[in-house]
Write a protein that binds this ligand. Structure first.
Ligand code: ADP
Ligand code: MG
Length: 696
């Protein structure tokens, strides 16, 4: 329940003075639906004005000039600006408007009168000019021109000044709140209290106050991160107190381990041990298996499936696409079945008869393992004793989809253990924001027997050479991916470019060239991919990202056109499609357009890939080079949208907030202490549960 003290902040924006029918939709779009959202809208800039004169005014500064109006030169024809010449004791100040109303301007600046005029100083032929002055007042109204004026994000129809009025309106109803931060920590950080911080947020005195490192902004960022980490820690606790079946390895696990054509790497063995500890704990597991492409996550997952079967339970392995699900099934089912775990495949393309039989086998408990796509969590699917859900490429699923699969458990059996797998190499700190409620196992070591991928960075102008080398390779039996990314504004143009590329290559190579793109019906695309996976096609041209996770060991060449348009992490994942077998592999990154130009940063970025095959190193480097932002596309993958916090800039705060949340809930799980009570207000203030982000 929301604490009463927060009611004014959770009122609709319409409760603010100045929000009528016209402003309401604009401010909602800009800030959000609530007064709180307007309160949290931080200024994005600040204007500082200084008294200036025509002789010494510095270009680029905002000056306040004390002038006598000389004359107005109205535009003779359209497109010519309106000018007013004025002067102070030291020289001329020209005021300029594009499209201003002469009557209105004349009224503000009557000839011969003295006025204070403010605006950004430009110099032209040694004289000052101001385009669109931001203030014009009579001499005795000088105090109306603020020396310091915060600038807010604005939008068409809603100026920064109106937004500021609304923000001040929100500030006026912001209550004083009891301190929720630890007293010793606050003292060490020398941060202001919450109300003081939010006041300071709206009263920057200069650029320094806009920095994420300014004390009030740090404080607010910490509040936000802390509230989010609390929400994640609470969910983690809720999971941990959910009883779940105790699973220990047994016959099926043993048999599968023997049947695997390799021995586990140290990293795989370690991850498996961590999973087994969870499965045997009696608490519900929530674990992320994080490992670069090709690191061998599937084998680890398969052993967990076998463990569940050994203990007499059912398990499910869900993949985001039909082709991935099929690939998992084709590889794992024979081994699992031989080991004593009957396994079924469920996808959207099963015939009604197949589907009926498979559903019956699941419901009766005869089938122990279900591998499939989204088809797995449909209502008609019923398990007898589901105990473990494994989600491959977890970012491809929504929170609800994972939850729907987990909900297929039986309360009498207990909570369904969850193992999610991801190959998105996000830096460790960021992991906290996205997966703070999960335990993490990492596969840092690649399976043996891989030859490194040699990566070349070449200008697009050398595409002819690349094609010739590809021809030689294909003639000796190699398979290749050729990626044409989205470049043009319109998908149709991109598609045409990819089709043309496929035609060119077909002509040049004299072999079958497949084309997979985003606008194809799913089934058709998967059929092409399957042809490639089975070696019926030598070259696959693709516009969209090649299915992450598909394993085609014979594919040894990856050509990426316009590589400079991709994020590094994405390029790394694409490159990970090759180098999966014993044969040596090559990745060719073609950059630049017709002119072949490439900025220094872009080149440096691609060079990173040439140097490194370590996804984590690459992700860190990508962050460094791009200076934050969202290089990995995290926002699309359930990454929380913070208002104050920048998880990269505020990295150390994030770590502290995660510790703080864990320790606090450990000490006072129901938040009944005085600090706990204050923290509950903080939680309500940010409202992570219903708001945004995070993994449920
Ligand atoms: P990912 O982590 O990207 O899902 P996969 O599980 O598809 O990787 O494994 C990639 C390849 O490595 C597969 O061909 C798999 O058979 C092989 N592999 C996995 N573990 C080992 C191992 N311990 N030794 C040798 N090869 C392995
Ligand atoms: Mg995989």
């Amino acid at each position: 329940m929301r604490p009463q003290i927060l009611f004014p902040l959770f009122a609709e924006v319409t409760s603010l003075k100045g929000v009528g029918a016209k402003v309401e939709p604009l401010i909602r779009k800009l800030a959000g639906p609530l007064v709180r959202d307007v309160l949290f809208l931080a200024p994005s800039g600040v204007i500082t004005r200084r008294r200036a004169n025509a002789a010494d005014a510095v270009e680029g500064e905002i000056g306040i000039f004390d002038v006598i109006v000389d004359r107005m030169i109205a535009p003779g024809r359209p497109g010519v600006p309106l000018k007013v010449r004025a002067s102070d004791e030291t020289g001329f100040v020209h005021l300029i408007w594009f499209g201003g109303s002469p009557q209105h301007i004349d009224r503000q600046l009557p000839r011969g009168e003295r006025r204070l005029v403010s605006g950004k100083v430009e110099r032209f032929n040694g004289e000052v000019q101001i385009v669109h002055p931001d203030w014009i007042v009579a001499l005795d109204k000088g105090e109306e021109i603020p020396a310091v004026e915060p600038v807010y994000p604005a939008t068409a129809g809603l100026t920064s000044r109106v937004v500021r009025k609304l923000a001040l309106g929100a500030l006026a109803v912001a209550p004083e709140l009891d301190e929720w931060q630890d007293a010793a920590w606050m003292a060490r950080q020398k941060w202001p209290g919450w109300h003081e911080a939010i006041e300071a947020l709206h009263a920057p005195q200069g650029e320094a106050d806009l920095s994420p490192d300014a004390a009030p902004r740090q404080r607010l960022a910490y509040d936000e991160l802390f509230a989010h980490q609390l929400a994640l820690a609470r969910r983690k606790r809720a999971r941990q107190i959910t009883p779940a079946p105790i699973i220990a390895p047994g016959d099926v696990s043993e048999a599968l381990l023997t049947a695997l054509p390799f021995t586990l790497t140290g990293a795989q063995a370690q991850a498996l041990a961590e999973i087994r500890r969870d499965l045997a704990s009696g608490e519900q597991m929530g674990r992320l298996l994080q490992g670069d492409v090709g690191s061998g996550k599937t084998a680890v997952a398969a052993l967990a499936l076998a463990d569940a079967a050994s203990a007499g339970f059912q398990s499910a392995l869900m993949a985001p696409t039909e082709i991935l699900a099929r690939q998992h099934y084709q590889r794992l089912a024979p081994m699992l079945e031989a080991a004593g775990a009957p396994t079924i495949l469920l996808t959207g393309r099963d015939t009604p008869a197949e589907r009926r039989d498979r559903l019956a086998a699941l419901a009766s408990g005869q089938a122990k393992v279900a591998i499939g796509t989204h088809a797995l969590f449909q209502d008609a699917v019923q398990f007898d004793k589901l105990a473990l859900a494994v989600i491959d490429e977890q970012h491809r699923f929504g929170v609800n989809e994972r939850a729907r699969l987990q909900a297929k458990g039986d309360p009498r059996v207990g909570g369904v253990h969850l193992l999610t797998m991801s190959a998105t190499p996000i830096p460790r700190t960021l992991e906290l924001t996205q997966y703070g409620e999960l335990e993490v196992s990492r596969l840092m070591e690649k399976p043996p027997g891989r030859t490194p991928i040699s990566t070349a960075v070449l200008p697009l102008a050398r595409i002819g050479e690349v094609a010739q080398r590809l021809k030689a390779a294909v003639e000796s039996g190699a398979q290749a991916y050729w990626i044409c990314p989205l470049v043009a504004e319109s998908e149709a143009i991109d598609l045409a470019a990819a089709e043309e590329r496929a035609r060119d290559l077909r002509r040049l190579l004299g072999v079958e060239v497949g084309l997979a793109h985003g606008q194809m019906p799913g089934a058709e695309r998967e059929a092409v991919m399957a042809d490639f996976a089975d070696g019926r096609i030598s070259v696959l041209v693709a516009t969209t990202v090649v299915e992450v996770g598909v394993d085609v060991p014979n594919a040894t060449i990856m050509v990426i056109e316009h590589a400079d348009r991709f994020g590094l992490a994405q390029l790394h994942q694409l490159r990970g499609r090759v180098g999966r077998g014993a044969k040596s592999s090559a990745c060719i990154l073609l950059y630049g357009g017709q002119d072949g130009g490439l900025g220094e940063t872009a080149r440096e970025r691609l060079e990173t890939l040439r140097r490194s095959e370590d996804g984590f190193e690459i992700a860190e480097e990508d962050f460094r080079l791009r200076g934050g932002g969202d290089p990995l596309g995290l926002k699309q993958s359930g990454f929380p949208a913070y208002r104050f916090a920048d998880p990269i800039r505020h990295r150390s705060l994030l770590l502290a907030a995660a510790d703080d949340a864990r320790i606090m809930l450990g000490r006072d799980p129901d938040l009944t202490s005085p600090r706990g009570e204050a923290i509950r207000v903080l939680e309500a203030l940010f409202d992570w549960k219903t708001d945004r982000g995070g993994l449920d």
